[in-house]
Design a protein around this ligand. Structure first.
Ligand SMILES: *[C@@H]1O[C@H](CO)[C@@H](O)[C@H](O)[C@H]1NC(C)=O
Ligand SMILES: *[C@@H]1O[C@H](CO)[C@@H](O)[C@H](O)[C@H]1NC(C)=O
Ligand SMILES: *[C@@H]1O[C@H](CO)[C@@H](O)[C@H](O)[C@H]1NC(C)=O
Ligand SMILES: *[C@@H]1O[C@H](CO)[C@@H](O)[C@H](O)[C@H]1NC(C)=O
Ligand SMILES: *[C@@H]1O[C@H](CO)[C@@H](O)[C@H](O)[C@H]1NC(C)=O
Ligand SMILES: *[C@@H]1O[C@H](CO)[C@@H](O)[C@H](O)[C@H]1NC(C)=O
Ligand SMILES: *[C@@H]1O[C@H](CO)[C@@H](O)[C@H](O)[C@H]1NC(C)=O
Ligand SMILES: *[C@@H]1O[C@H](CO)[C@@H](O)[C@H](O)[C@H]1NC(C)=O
Ligand SMILES: *[C@@H]1O[C@H](CO)[C@@H](O)[C@H](O)[C@H]1NC(C)=O
Ligand SMILES: *[C@@H]1O[C@H](CO)[C@@H](O)[C@H](O)[C@H]1NC(C)=O
Ligand SMILES: *[C@@H]1O[C@H](CO)[C@@H](O)[C@H](O)[C@H]1NC(C)=O
Length: 657
């Protein structure tokens, strides 16, 4: 429910940012969704129609909510009252809002909540009381909360839980007590929670001193005790419970020593947990005993736990499918004792804090591994990665991006022909192979070589990649700044997305992309292209072509004629000529605004009088008069001259190749 609430908020945000501000309060969706955020309002505007379903009324001023405040908005589903300086919520404040599902009261210092404050809505599902100054649960009237699935009470001053017998447990899925002052929990306090199942319970940022053994006994979905110091206390508190997810990590800036010694996790033997998170804890004397009660885990997250090795001799971890070891200090890939985790499908060793040596065959027991993330780990390898990553026959995802340097002597990874995604972005690659280094990766769909300093003059670079759909070559250079003809991409018959932004390209060879028959998205932005070329493509049907941030001045009409159907082009931030010499583009542009992306940024740079004007707004009359004829004749003559000299130039250059 929390994530639903969250995506709901995101949705509102997304729509909001693109809404048109027609009335004095903006309407988001016709007669249904309105935002009056931060308008300094002291009452709900009468103009809001009775059909309003979603109302963002945050950051206004409503010191008290009366039974008349929202009485007209009978269709309301969602009401956001964040930071409206609300202190008093009187009887029946929402009595007319029968459909209301969500009330957000975040950041209002509530002094009074009437017993019938929440009466009215037929099935109120979400109540957000974050930062409302609440000191006790008894302050919240329980009347009419039976449908609640989400109750958020974070960042208050609650010191004692004492959930009343009529606490709404029937539909409760998400209960958030983060950042309160709860120090003790007795079985009686939380007895009602035994009636819940699959609930998410958040206690992070409370410093428990005492939890009665077995007090929290239920079938939880997720339990979050982030930042608490007494882990053994927590584990006896939840003994005999089941939880899909148990969060025992901590945060930066938590004062108490978050050390974990081997016996600290013993209590896990008496609970049934699937996914365990221990971020930022500090392991002391990490040894095989530490894992004694972790044998039933499905996922273990040890992000930034200050470990440099997992001990040899760990046993019984055959249920573990996902292991997260990010931001630790392994010296050597063999130091993770991978043989102890034979069922792993996902392994993350991202952001290792020191140079990670790959060694040889350190992961070769992981025949089921599908997903391997070794990004940002200072890896430098002189013969990558056949020996180092041998045996990974199920591998589908490999991320080696943001490393120091990789030398490839032959194929990159011999044993993993099932690879579907390979990310080598921002890792300098040095290839010393006579054949394509990816030639065995026939199933590869995504290849990111952005900023990898790859030698694009190697003709066999993309040999064998007949299933590749996305290729990112951004921020790499091409010889003399020219995208060569055909050869390089010859085998990529399934390529759909090609990214060549920021490659310092000055020209694209004719027919350069002719073998890419399925190409539908090409990004050539941030280059130095002078010409807008459509000849380079064999298939212009529904192509997306981004040529933004180049040096294109003039586009001849015949280059545009072939852009039919569902094509879209982005020509923003080019120094476009808005004189009659570019009338071809200008007339086509106005007739095809539906094909233009970012018309806001598509502006003239010439002549001076029109500099900065949007292309869509200008009108030129380019009738032929005497001066025009002279100009045309001159133009033809000079074109001829340019053509001849250009031909000579090309000939000379061509002979050099
Ligand atoms: C929105 O409300 C106005 C007046 O309140 C009405 O004229 C219009 O038809 C409504 N539009 C929709 C889409 O319901
Ligand atoms: C609203 O509250 C006033 C007193 O505050 C009361 O007289 C009135 O009957 C209430 N209206 C409804 C519909 O409950
Ligand atoms: C348990 O809750 C989680 C998160 O709310 C949800 O994704 C999952 O489907 C629920 N499982 C069952 C069996 O209801
Ligand atoms: C936990 O469960 C076991 C067996 O299921 C039972 O013997 C034991 O009494 C329970 N402990 C508590 C504290 O409920
Ligand atoms: C597990 O629970 C039993 C009783 O149910 C108890 O005797 C034992 O000490 C507990 N073990 C741990 C490690 O807490
Ligand atoms: C890490 O592995 C290397 C190579 O197997 C070994 O030499 C080294 O002692 C290990 N380091 C630790 C801390 O276990
Ligand atoms: C690879 O790792 C980098 C850095 O951790 C990350 O930004 C990127 O999204 C990852 N690539 C993919 C395809 O997931
Ligand atoms: C390739 O990697 C770079 C750097 O991580 C990233 O910005 C870019 O979005 C990636 N390309 C694709 C197509 O995901
Ligand atoms: C390149 O490969 C050749 C033959 O495979 C080898 O002799 C040479 O040392 C390699 N160069 C580098 C820089 O690794
Ligand atoms: C790039 O590859 C080409 C063709 O294989 C080769 O001639 C050239 O020397 C290479 N450039 C670098 C910098 O390795
Ligand atoms: C057009 O391309 C530029 C540069 O890549 C980009 O900033 C802009 O967002 C694009 N326009 C749209 C509407 O995507």
């Amino acid at each position: 429910p929390a994530s639903r609430l969250h995506s709901f908020l995101l949705f509102i945000f997304a729509v909001h940012t693109s809404c048109s501000f027609t009335m004095y309060f903006p309407q988001i969706t016709a007669n249904k969704s309105y935002s009056c955020e931060g308008l300094g309002l002291r009452e709900v505007p009468e103009k809001l129609p009775v059909t309003t379903e979603i109302l963002d009324f945050s950051f206004n001023m409503l010191p008290s909510l009366q039974n008349s405040t929202f009485c007209e908005l009978k269709s309301l589903l969602y009401l956001d009252l964040t930071r409206c300086q609300i202190n008093w919520v009187y009887d029946g404040a929402f009595h007319s809002n029968r459909q209301l599902k969500t009330i957000v009261l975040t950041g209002n210092l509530l002094l009074f909540l009437s017993d019938t404050a929440f009466a009215g809505p037929r099935s109120l599902k979400q109540l957000d009381l974050t930062q409302t100054g609440i000191t006790s649960i008894s302050f919240i009237p329980m009347t009419n909360l039976h449908s609640l699935d989400t109750l958020i009470l974070g960042s208050n001053h609650i010191s004692s839980l004492q959930l009343p017998p009529n606490f709404p447990t029937q539909n409760l899925k998400y209960l958030d007590f983060q950042m309160n002052n709860i120090r003790a929990v007795t079985a009686e306090d939380v007895h009602v929670l035994q009636k819940t199942s699959n609930i998410t319970l958040i206690f992070k940022g409370n410093n428990f001193i005492y939890i009665e053994p077995g007090a929290l006994q239920s079938h939880f979905y997720s339990l979050d005790f982030g930042g608490c110091t007494d882990i053994p206390g927590v584990l006896t508190g939840i003994r005999n419970s089941t939880a899909q997810i148990l969060w025992l990590g901590t945060f930066h800036g938590v004062e108490k020593e978050p050390y974990i010694s081997p016996n600290v996790l013993q209590g896990l033997c008496n609970t049934s947990v699937k996914d365990l998170y221990l971020q930022l804890r500090h392991f002391r004397n990490l040894n095989a005993d530490t894992f004694q009660c972790l044998t039933r885990l499905r996922k273990l997250d040890l992000t930034q736990t200050h470990i440099s090795a997992l001990p040899p001799g760990i046993s019984g971890m055959s249920s573990l499918v996902e292991l997260v070891l990010n931001a630790n200090s392994f010296e050597h890939l063999c130091n993770i004792s991978s043989a102890a985790f034979p069922s792993l499908t996902h392994l993350h060793i991202k952001g290792n804090l020191q140079v990670l040596q790959l060694g040889s065959g350190c992961l070769q027991k992981l025949a089921k591994l599908q997903h391997l993330d070794l990004s940002k780990s200072h890896i430098e390898s002189f013969d990558c990665c056949n020996e180092a990553l041998s045996g990974l026959s199920s591998l589908q995802y490999l991320n080696l991006s943001y490393n120091t340097k990789l030398h490839l002597q032959d194929v990159l990874i011999k044993d993993s022909p099932n690879l579907e995604l390979l990310d080598l972005a921002s890792t300098p690659l040095h290839i010393n192979a006579s054949q394509g280094p990816f030639r065995n990766l026939h199933l590869l769909q995504v290849l990111n070589l952005s900023s990898s300093h790859i030698n694009t003059s190697m003709q066999h670079l993309f040999q064998g990649l007949e299933n590749l759909m996305l290729l990112d070559l951004s921020q790499n250079n091409f010889e003399s700044g020219i995208m060569p003809k055909d050869k390089l991409f010859q085998q990529l018959s399934n390529l759909e997305v090609l990214i060549l932004s920021s490659c310092e390209l000055t020209a694209v060879g004719g027919k350069a992309f002719h073998s890419l028959r399925k190409l539908r998205h090409v990004d050539l932005s941030h280059n130095k292209l002078i010409a807008f070329s459509t000849d380079a493509f064999s298939n212009l049907k529904s192509i997306y072509l981004n040529c933004a941030h180049n040096r294109i001045r003039i586009v001849p009409r015949e280059k545009l004629a072939s852009l039919a159907g569902h094509c879209r082009i982005n020509l923003s931030y080019n120094p476009l000529d808005c004189t009659c010499s570019n009338i071809g583009l200008i007339t086509w542009y106005k007739q095809n605004l539906d094909k233009i992306e970012d018309s806001e940024g598509t502006r003239c740079s010439e002549p001076k009088s029109l500099a900065g004007a949007q292309l869509a707004t200008i009108s030129l009359s380019c009738g032929i008069n005497t001066a025009g004829i002279i100009a045309v004749v001159l133009a033809i003559l000079s074109c001829g001259a340019i053509f001849i000299s250009g031909a000579r130039y090309f000939k000379r250059n061509y002979q050099q190749i």
